[in-house]
Design a protein around this ligand. Structure first.
Ligand SMILES: NC(=O)c1ccc[n+]([C@@H]2O[C@H](COP(=O)([O-])OP(=O)(O)OC[C@H]3O[C@@H](n4cnc5c(N)ncnc54)[C@H](OP(=O)(O)O)[C@@H]3O)[C@@H](O)[C@H]2O)c1
Length: 261
């Protein structure tokens, strides 16, 4: 389990979508390390999600792995229903499920658009809706954007747009949810060492250069810190936004990009 200096989430219940791998798995571990019971949402990697739940339970956390495709709002609703049935309350949503996409304008299909937006945008909106419906004052919703929402990258339009919409969503939903004492923010990670970065990282280069410089070396040039983030470093941002330390912070997107330029 991640070593942390305080238990800001003791007694809280957190739902983490995309918890089977990468950033979401690190977020689930971090929130558990801070004292929360966690629901680990997954889509395809059942074994990894159940293994993580078993590891967290061995450390004394109350953890549960549940399958839900966030592209389907009915499955999202079922995820929250099962979480409520098991733990009786929901205090935190960390919405980490997401999919990458690279494609030139002439190659983008309506099916590509629908899939990317169904997961990255619609999926996060309905996760926030289903979580907020069950939260009391003090509830914390943390969605996932990307540094890509505010940076131009060749052939990255669909993904970037799907994440820019998330930043607009948290800004506007903060007004609705604030009167109920619920905050909603987003984390915008930069390049982070996960399966997604390994599979798609080369896309961040200009098409003529793709394949010439792996993402870690590319970030040595373009990042102030000169390296990829580790998922645990990104998870620390979610834990902050999920905690009382961020009580007066809402509607914002926290960039965790290592000083990308
Ligand atoms: N890695 C980066 O450099 C980076 C940078 C900026 C933003 N982000 C964002 O950070 C988040 C996590 O990225 P990552 O790098 O950890 O990705 P990853 O390694 O590819 O893992 C993706 C996670 O999302 C889940 N997922 C995908 N589609 C889903 C669906 N339809 N329903 C439910 N779960 C689904 C996967 O579940 P299964 O494995 O169970 O299928 C997996 O847990 C994403 O929103 C991504 O856009 C990542």
């Amino acid at each position: 389990m991640t070593a942390v200096s305080c238990a800001r989430l003791r007694g809280k219940v957190a739902v983490v979508t995309g918890g089977s791998r990468g950033i979401g798995a690190a977020v689930a571990s971090r929130l558990a390390a801070e004292g929360a019971a966690v629901v680990i949402g997954y889509r395809g990697n059942e074994q990894a999600a159940h293994d993580l739940a078993a590891t967290l339970n061995a450390d004394g956390t109350r953890a549960l792995a549940l399958r839900a495709d966030v592209a389907d709002p009915d499955q999202t609703e079922a995820l929250f229903e099962q979480a409520m049935a098991r733990f009786g309350r929901i205090d935190v949503l960390a919405s980490c499920a997401g999919v990458e996409h690279f494609g030139a304008l002439e190659n983008i299909t309506p099916a590509d658009f629908d899939h990317v937006f169904a997961v990255n945008t619609r999926g996060q909106l309905f996760a926030a809706q289903r979580a907020a419906a069950r939260m009391s004052a003090g509830g914390k919703i943390v969605l996932t954007s990307s540094i890509s929402a505010t940076r131009a990258v060749f052939e990255h339009t669909l993904y970037a747009a799907s994440k820019a919409a998330v930043e607009a969503m948290v800004l506007n939903l903060s007004a609705e949810l604030g009167r109920r004492g619920i905050t909603i923010n987003a984390v915008a990670p930069g390049g982070t060492a996960t399966d997604m970065a390994a599979e798609h990282g080369a896309g961040y280069q200009h098409p003529q250069l793709r394949g010439t410089l792996p993402l870690p070396q590319w970030l040595e040039v373009h990042g102030a810190l000169g390296r990829l983030a580790q998922p645990q470093e990104i998870a620390a941002g979610y834990a902050f936004l999920a905690s009382g330390d961020a009580a007066y912070l809402t509607g914002r997107t926290l960039p965790l990009d290592g000083g990308y330029f």
